[in-house]
Design a protein around this ligand. Structure first.
Ligand code: PLP
Length: 378
């Protein structure tokens, strides 16, 4: 099997799986229980929080990290939570036009709720900063822009948004959905200037069921759920300690420098092979990009058809993001600059450090065979 769908989800690392099992079977106390067994669980929870904050590069003791069930929940908590704490603030909110469904759906809900929702263009993966300069005003209450795009790999300049925010709308809160960037950048994410950062465990070799929100010191946020006082009174519900500890274990094991190098080698090799052997495949390269995601437009073959062809050969890739794969129109690829026809023929490859150049070679061979056989069937 060749698994090039790591932006959808990743294999759980052996040590993370062992950690989850250990916590389930040996440290199954409730972190909120007042007895010693609960205290042991609470200690593990605190350690996990410290590990994640440290990986994010936090240096302020008043920064916080709230565990959630996934990146989608972290995005909801960030945006609705920040707006809930600013009910008397401005009514204009900005999103990039390429957000993941879990943020885009929120933007649509805010439109219904009377917010003035604006979308920052991201043609070729580049944030339109002139648009921001001309439109950020004192009425701006929130700016949300993803760090790395899950379909194109585009990396957006969150620091530039932070500078404009500070100049034009200092009261606004800045959120970034960094689900595709966490543990995949050499620069610690905290340095991007965002007040709120969403991340997800299952994208970095942890089990599904863990994610969270980084909250910069002094950033106000209201809870979305009612219940007990877990997670600093921000996210009630008994913490999923096995998944959380496995998340921290996976994060501890991550070596960004070496992972980025490995992934770059595989990606660059694949790009070279494609340009030498399959020049008719268009490689969609954003201005700034993460090597973990590669977007390819096929010559007149629908992505779904090629996906099934490759899947039958044990090669797993995706068409756009897994979460939007049932929808016809591709909002993100169209924002990038692809017309409907090309977007419909675009596949996404996403890598992790377990992938190899040999897999890249096998993929190119299978894609080449697929193109020949599918074109001849037309
Ligand atoms: N944000 C981005 C950019 C993503 O790629 C994804 C998942 O693909 C999510 C958010 C949602 O994360 P989760 O699956 O943990 O809810």
């Amino acid at each position: 099997m060749i698994y090039f769908d790591n932006a959808a989800t990743t294999k759980v690392s052996d040590n993370a799986a062992k950690k989850a099992f250990e916590v389930m079977t040996e440290f199954y106390g409730n972190p909120s229980s007042v007895h010693d067994f609960g205290y042991e669980a609470e200690k593990l929870l605190k350690e996990a929080r410290k590990t994640i904050l440290s990986k994010l590069g936090s240096v302020d003791r008043n920064d916080d990290f709230i565990f959630t069930s996934c990146g989608t929940e972290a995005n909801n908590l960030a945006i609705f939570g920040a707006l809930g704490a600013r009910k008397h603030g401005g009514k204009t909110v900005f999103f990039s036009d390429s957000e993941h469904a879990s943020v885009y759906a929120i933007s649509k809900e805010l439109e219904k709720n009377g917010y003035n929702v604006r979308y920052i263009p991201t043609k070729n993966g580049l944030l339109d900063l002139d648009f921001c300069k001309n439109n950020f005003t004192k009425d701006t209450v929130l700016i949300s822009c993803m760090y790395a795009n899950n379909e194109t790999g585009a990396v957006y300049d969150i620091n530039a948004l932070d500078s404009l925010r500070k100049k034009l709308c200092p009261e606004a809160v800045l959120h970034t959905d960094a689900v595709q960037a966490f543990c995949k950048t050499e620069k610690p994410l905290c340095r991007c200037g965002a007040d709120l950062i969403s991340i997800s465990g299952h994208k970095v070799h942890a089990p599904k069921g863990s994610g969270g929100l980084f909250i910069k010191a002094k950033t106000r946020i209201t809870p979305l759920l009612l219940g007990g006082g877990q997670e600093k009174d921000i996210r009630p519900g008994t913490e999923a300690l096995p998944a959380i500890c496995a998340f921290a274990q996976a994060v501890l094991e991550t070596d960004e420098k070496s992972n980025i190098k490995t992934v770059e080698q595989v990606r660059d090799h694949l790009v070279l092979m494609l340009s030498e052997k399959l020049a008719q495949v268009k490689i969609n390269v954003p201005e700034n990009f993460s090597p973990f995601v590669l977007s390819l437009t096929l010559p007149g073959i629908k992505s779904e058809v090629m996906l099934r062809y490759l899947s039958a050969k044990g090669i797993y890739v995706s068409a756009g993001s897994a979460c939007t794969s049932k929808h016809r129109e591709n909002r993100v690829l169209s924002a990038f600059g692809l017309d409907f026809k090309n977007a419909d023929c675009t596949i996404r490859l996403s890598f992790c450090e377990y992938n190899t150049k040999d897999e890249a070679d096998e993929f190119v061979k299978a894609l080449s065979d697929g193109i020949s056989s599918l074109v001849s069937q037309k």
